[in-house]
Design a protein around this ligand. Structure first.
Ligand code: HEM
Length: 225
């Protein structure tokens, strides 16, 4: 029993580490993508070229793809384990705020995964030579893509679901890694009382700002370019 608990805890731990890595990737991706709003394609294409060719970034990219795969497969595995352990749910339902968000994590996560598959066909697979397109001109690829209304609708819906996933993911990763408050409790009790809401507020700001930033790019390219 202990072994099972430990192994599922360690899976959660690895999943949280991979998730935190992904949380760090998104602001970088957003900042680079904001260059798509310039009328000059050179800065964005230069940045994309740098990201595609600089050796250190290439190593980070391999780590990123590995983190995505680990995060997704462990997530699905833990969810199935949960369902098998508790097939009929809690009697009377579990109405806590945490369980409300965590119950939907598998579904918001699945939406982000669906988005990623589409997104890779739109961009990343061009870089890998699997889909036709010019990897040296992602600026035009993005501008042409967001001229199509259907893509904007799909992307915008996915950004909202991404926001919901990120909000719970953020606090949950902190909790799993013990960064939320447990390690601080013996040190300063007051800090413990402040730290948890700080994580929550930061999670809220992050999960609104990041998807809103991506949505702003999509909307601007669609409606104003
Ligand atoms: C307006 C929204 C977005 C645009 C225009 C966009 C654009 C791009 C482009 C041009 C690439 C390939 C070029 C490159 O490697 O630099 C790319 C790759 C990628 N995007 Fe996005 N992206 C958007 C949103 C997102 C979101 C919300 C996520 C995550 C949920 C995401 C995850 C990724 C990943 C994992 C890669 C592959 C890794 C990489 O090449 O760096 N993107 N995106």
């Amino acid at each position: 029993m202990n072994k099972i608990l430990f192994s599922s805890l360690s899976k959660k731990f690895v999943m949280a580490l991979a998730g935190l890595f992904l949380l760090m990737f998104l602001p970088v991706h957003l900042i680079i993508n904001l260059m798509l709003l310039k009328s000059d394609p050179v800065p964005f294409n230069r940045a994309a070229h740098f990201m595609a060719t600089f050796p250190v970034v290439k190593i980070v990219e391999i780590a990123l793809i590995a983190a995505i795969l680990i995060h997704i497969s462990w997530g699905i595995f833990l969810q199935i384990q949960n369902w098998l352990a508790r097939p009929v749910g809690y009697a009377g339902g579990n109405k806590s705020e945490t369980s409300f968000f965590s119950r939907f994590m598998i579904w918001t996560g699945a939406s982000v995964l669906t988005f990623l598959v589409l997104h890779f066909f739109n961009f990343y697979f061009i870089k890998l030579g699997l889909v036709p397109g010019d990897p040296e001109n992602f600026y035009s690829v993005a501008h042409n893509l967001f001229k199509i209304s259907a893509y904007n609708y799909i992307y915008l819906i996915c950004f909202v679901l991404l926001g919901l996933h990120l909000f719970h993911a953020f606090s949950s990763a902190f909790q799993t890694l013990g960064l939320n408050h447990r390690i601080w409790t013996p040190v300063v009790k007051v800090f413990h009382r402040i730290w948890t809401p700080v994580v929550k507020v930061f999670a809220l700001i992050y999960s609104i700002l990041i998807p809103a930033g991506f949505a702003y790019i999509s909307l601007t390219l669609w409606l104003f370019r």
